[in-house]
Write a new protein. Sequence first.
Length: 136
Amino acid sequence: MYSNILCAVDISQEGEQILSRAASLAASFNCELSVVHIIEYTFLPKDYQKQLMEDVQPRIAELGEKYGISKKHRHIKFGQSYSEICELQERLCVDLIVIGSHGKHGFNMLLGSTANGVLQKAKCDVLLVKVDGLRS
């Protein structure tokens, strides 16, 4: 059904939970899995952006190794999260985006702005993984 999945994560344990679910789906469909982390600080000095990138790279590399994601399918981008995710989706011909959503109380808090933006702008299926914090 799917041939190319993109999983958007942050570098927290919640992000790893989302990536774990995406990896299970990719294994089930025997398809390609890519991971992306977006750094939303675009108006900072280039030196600081470089430092942010260097801080994130080891964690993305660790996640990539753990879930068998090749280096060419690990992405770190700067910009508005939903926009960068959707741009990468089109460039990579992704047919499913997996992203986390904090299931909080009340309809207005159901989706975060990134999840909502991806749902509105993506040109493919989107799977929201509910993240309620870590479970013991």
